[in-house]
Design a protein around this ligand. Sequence first.
Ligand code: ZN
Length: 795
Amino acid sequence: MRKLHFIIILALVTGFTNLSFAQRPTTTDYHANNRFEQLGTGLPTPNTYRTASGAPGKDYWQQRADYDIKVELDEPNNKIIGSETITYFNQSPDALPYLWIQLDQNLFAKNSPGPISRTGDLGNQTSMASLATISDMHYSNADYGYNILSVKDAKTGKALPYTINQTMMRIDLPQAILSKQSYSFSIDWNYRIVEFSKGGRRTGFEAFKDGNNVYEIAQFYPRLCVYDDVTGWQNKQYYSQGEFALTFGNFKMAITVPNDHVLGATGELQNPAQVLTPSQLKNFEKAKTSDKVVVIESQQDREKAEKGKPTGKKTWIFKADNVRDVAFATSRKYIWDGKMQEVAGKKVLCMSFYPKEGNPLWGKYSTEVVAHTIKTYSKFSVDYPYPVAISCHGPVGGMEYPMICFNGGRPEADGTYSEATKYGMIGVIIHEVGHNFFPMIVNNDERQWMWMDEGLNTFVQYLTEKEWDRDYPTRRGEPQAIVDYMKQDPKNLVPIMTMSDNLINAGASAYAKPATALNILRETVMGRELFDYAFKEYSRRWAFKSPTPADFFRTMEDASGVDLDWFWKGWFYTTEPVDQDLVEVEWFAVDTQNPELNKAEAKKQADEKRNTVARQRDKDYIKESVVEKNPDMKDFYNTYDPYKVTDADKKKYEAYLASLSPDERKLVESGLNFYTLKVKNKGGLPMPVIVKMQFEDGTDSVARFPAEIWRLNDQQVSKVVTTKKKVVQWTLDPYREIADIDEESNHFPRQPAQPTRFQLFKGGGFQRGGGSNPMREAQQNQQPKPAQQGGANKN
Ligand SMILES: [Zn+2]
């Protein structure tokens, strides 16, 4: 069915260079816009710390903080008792009269800046955790937060004056630390660990019915703030949404826990012979070189331990070099397994720690996913540099630290689980292990720019999920998955370039949208080869350094030769959506001037026009006209056929052909179709125009035009497309790669919309997805005796 708009036969005037349609400028009237101007002053001025190419400059510097931490878990009281000596290396050009320290545990203290500034309503159903989060109840009646017992000069032992400002602490130094000097000081502290379900954030413990706890311990020691060339001291309060800005250093950490615990931490275990049982030690050593998962401590052994009591304490010692943070997880419930993954010739020990409540999912997948993640991320960014990579299961749904992360994903008590639980668990492990690369290695300021780690990480997570399973039900990264968000009322949207604590719907604005934007850059704007090279170059340049957004934007252009300022502007600095509208398509063909063809076509058209309804009815109504009745009334014009090809016509045509050059003649005889497409940019965000042509013979083809076609007019453009075959249907964005929010306007001729289907019966058993658990249904169908139960997953 052809529904083409109309046909114009264009005259070819005097020759090829004079094709009349090639000279009409009317299709791209200038419409002033700055969408394709350079970011220019929108970015910070390059300097010798950070260059205009996006690389670290010749004078780039960053601070360093080494930690020697001793910490004990007081399990009966759920307390952390710690002391640390910090050596701070002032590698800045400046003298520092004081130091700023982060006291993250004060998030849970009375009058913490996060909870008291948080707003919200109460619905009919409110959990304890959400009540604690939005109300002034938030731990305000209990003694949570840090007790700072002492702050001392490490050499002299003299107390140092300090001032606590909510989640920040300033230590006043006896004299300023000069450039290139270092200073050591020590802090003693303790705090009560929050129970995660009662308003915990990124750390806490979970109490199980069997009387045992799982502890996921992080932000547990006073940590140096970042001092850098961008912000000076980054001492912005910890409101809870905006994560951390941290300084690299070398860590030594001694963790004392009850002697029946199994423990995982950032770093390499220094004293395995002292803390592991002979069988644990044997399996631990085996795992280091095994490419199959080795169970280091089994479920059976842990089920015994769960019923026992500790008989003393053990101190686990770890060393971690060039990390920006440390964390650990510990429990007498912890099952432990591991395998080796080689990255660039180095053996990395991948491990998992999980209570039996995580099985069968955790034993089957966790360590395999850790290994797959470090391998895949290394391909897209930099080689994983650390000796271990760990995934722990406990109360925290997903949180990252160097070499270790805390992840959710728990099956039902009967050991079955939904698809959402399975892929949610694999996805979160990929995500949190992936954070080793962004921000633990490429160390952005998370408190300022959430997207720099979450967006980049979610993007590589998308790639890594696809390499796990090409049908992986990826949540974020596909352009069509961001459409519902981009369609929203602009008052609910914030640009990606929004400070972390001010982001609305951070899951979309700092994870999904930047990840989608990068995916679009890779697949549609730059192509995989240019993108992958530039993205890797960014990772390489900024590994173990601290980039800003400008460093990322500049590097991506510098390494690829693609001007992306328009893309950063549209996707990162505005909330505009993509909405292209294929308004109309006009069809042109070159006039061959062949009288045989032209006159036949003209005759056909004249005949069609003459065929009016009156003429049709007159056929019978007028029995006999005058000229029919009386032929004498006819003359020359009654038989003259203006559509008959004459000798004069033929001669003229021959003369015309003789006047053409071979190329011109080829074009005239080509039978090519010329179409002008009028496309409107209704959404505002300029994007490449991708159009699929369905030909009348059933085949198709796709034409792609870069976003720069909008540079003279960002509202409407015309584009001429040439085809040999006739096009019967045009479709914009046929593979859904630009996140166009209205697909109905992407067709020409317009396609009827799909009907909205309504259900005749509601509440039937046909719902799928989310919480449904077909695995359990299948097992119940197989096992008609419900009394039969395995003992593995009770509790
Ligand atoms: Zn994340």
